[in-house]
Design a protein around this ligand. Structure first.
Ligand code: FE
Length: 203
């Protein structure tokens, strides 16, 4: 028994505009599926330690296989989850609405304020920009993660996730990340985002 393995989610990117099919193909098939495969490989190796195998007598915080696996696990699993949130939200008409829009307007006084602020935050990120529902604070919060497993806040459920790494846009936009972020917003599916918001709030 190896426990539950991650399976790649299936996506239809045919309605996405601006961001090319070539970029999405590489992003999904090479990068995302690569993270899924590595997460499963790490899982199997940790499972050996967790079920009585592996050398745990020599564990050490400077270097040990168990340490490397522990570190790699959060890197790979967060990469899978964050990419899924990113891909989930693509393919919509980009028209904001629903309870999430209302919560955004309450917090940042207008939707336009939020969009400007979120986009600017994307431009300072080196990895991920995440609008989340922080279950501790019981409110929506924007958090930045420069690396898959750094910057995440436990208990904050991702809702709107933007991949700000260059692989997400360089083929199509060169260094113009701003144009990519603008197109990203034009592709957002607000039904999906509102569903994530409701689920994060436990509704
Ligand atoms: Fe990515």
């Amino acid at each position: 028994m190896q426990g539950t393995k991650l399976e790649p989610k299936i996506y239809d990117f045919s309605r996405v505009t601006g961001i090319s099919q070539k970029t999405l193909d590489i992003h999904y098939n090479k990068l995302y599926k690569g993270y899924v495969a590595k997460a499963n490989e790490i899982h199997d190796k940790l499972h050996v330690y967790g079920t009585g195998g592996g050398d745990i007598e020599t564990v050490n915080p400077t270097f040990h296989d168990l340490r490397s696996l522990r570190d790699a696990e959060t890197f790979a699993v967060n990469a899978v989850y964050l990419h899924e949130h990113y891909f989930d939200a693509l393919g919509g008409d980009g028209v904001p609405g629903g309870a999430l829009k209302k919560a955004i307007e309450e917090k940042w006084e207008s939707y336009e304020n939020f969009e400007r602020y979120f986009k600017a935050s994307c431009l300072v990120a080196r990895g991920w920009l995440v609008l989340s529902y922080d279950c501790q604070a019981e409110k929506i919060k924007i958090y930045m993660a420069d690396v898959h497993n750094q910057g995440a806040v436990w208990g904050a459920e991702p809702i709107l996730v933007c991949d700000c790494y260059e692989h997400a846009y360089f083929i199509d936009y060169g260094s113009d990340r701003k144009a990519y972020i603008n197109d990203f917003f034009k592709n957002l599916n607000w039904n999906v985002l509102n569903k994530k918001f409701q689920e994060a709030m436990g509704e």
